[in-house]
Design a protein around this ligand. Structure first.
Ligand code: UDP
Length: 313
């Protein structure tokens, strides 16, 4: 049985990861300050003797004893950071400080425990990319003073700090750049496009397509992503960076149509203004993760069906 710490474990991806780790027989501690979640997704786990929840902001120092385990922490999945486009302004300072000071505190904990470490970085480190597909060597197109910079630069700073700990202290850390992900355990109040469209469908409202809807994303079903994170903790190389996500590109227009079809909704779409900082296209090169035998299994149709059912449509 491994002792695992998940920071940000009450969030959408975190709570999905924690379920998988518990299923695998691990003992899991979550640290989360619940700044962007209400903790509902981990409530059912509180009865599990192998699960422990600590409500705490990682910006505060994390004494080694905080974990309060007999044995030391073997693996750390460091996910904690507010996300979501509206939070780019609302929680800008928190994004930056969590990524910088929070990451340093978690890295110090990893050093003390000699733990293996995974950081969930983001496709946002590539900014609004000019190179397609983005492989892990692409250095990105990011404005350090733009509206998105608290998240983009926060993640970039965290990556840099982690690499410093790898080089200086031989910390066994790897970085995963997560592309858009969706699935069960997302909140219906999440502002990301899939839950937002689902909420609009549930209220028979029009789906708000920003701009002309020709911007694209790739959407990865959460189970595929979680398999990747667990695999990379085990097989990912020290100081290596991996993209994880889907490489099936879809426009927001097509996504809206697909969601209307799958839910048999009568909702239409309307075009609303698009933020000037919205990225045009994103497309990961997944060959590095593929070499470790990670492939997505759940296509968008199937993943949306499962998500829609989970939301009770
Ligand atoms: N989007 C949209 N309508 C919405 C919300 C989002 O058309 O109500 C679009 C947005 O312009 C972006 C894409 O969906 O191009 C993904 O947005 P999201 O906020 O999910 O995440 P992002 O990938 O931008 O971080």
């Amino acid at each position: 049985m491994k002792h695992v710490l998940v920071t940000g474990g009450a969030g959408f991806i975190g709570a999905s990861l924690v379920r998988k780790l518990l299923e695998n027989g691990d003992k899991v501690v979550v640290i989360d300050n619940l700044i962007t979640s209400n903790g509902e997704s981990i409530k059912p786990l509180l009865k599990n003797p192998n699960f422990k929840f600590i409500k705490r902001d990682i910006i505060k120092p994390l004494p080694s004893s905080i974990i309060n385990h007999q044995s030391s922490i073997g693996h750390i999945f460091h996910l904690a950071c507010p996300t979501g486009v509206p939070n780019l302004t609302k929680l800008a300072r928190e994004m930056l400080l969590t990524s910088a000071i929070g990451t340093m505190n978690v890295l110090e904990l990893a050093r003390k425990h000699k733990a293996k470490f995974i950081f969930t970085s983001s496709s946002e480190v590539y900014g609004d990319p000019k190179v397609f597909p983005q492989n892990e060597n692409y250095t990105g197109n990011v404005s350090s003073v733009g509206i998105r910079s608290p998240y983009e630069e926060g993640k970039r700073f965290a990556e840099s700090l982690i690499m410093t700990y790898v080089r200086k202290y031989n910390l066994d850390a790897r970085i995963v750049r997560v592309f858009n992900t969706y699935g069960p355990l997302m909140s219906i109040n999440d502002t990301r496009v899939i839950p937002k469209f689902l909420k609009q469908i549930s209220k028979n409202q029009p789906l708000t397509v920003q701009g002309d809807g020709r911007q694209t994303r790739t959407f990865c079903y959460v189970d595929d992503l979680i398999k990747g994170l667990v695999l990379l903790m085990d097989k990912g190389g020290e100081g290596e960076v991996y993209n994880l996500g889907s490489n099936k590109e879809i426009s927001i227009n097509t996504l809206a149509g697909l969601m209307i079809k799958i839910t048999k909704s009568k909702s239409k779409t309307i075009n609303i203004s698009r933020p000037s900082h919205d990225h045009n296209r994103r497309l990961p090169d997944l060959r590095k993760a593929n070499k470790l035998n990670w492939y997505t299994k759940v296509g968008l149709d199937e993943g949306l069906e499962r998500t829609v059912r989970w939301f009770g449509f």
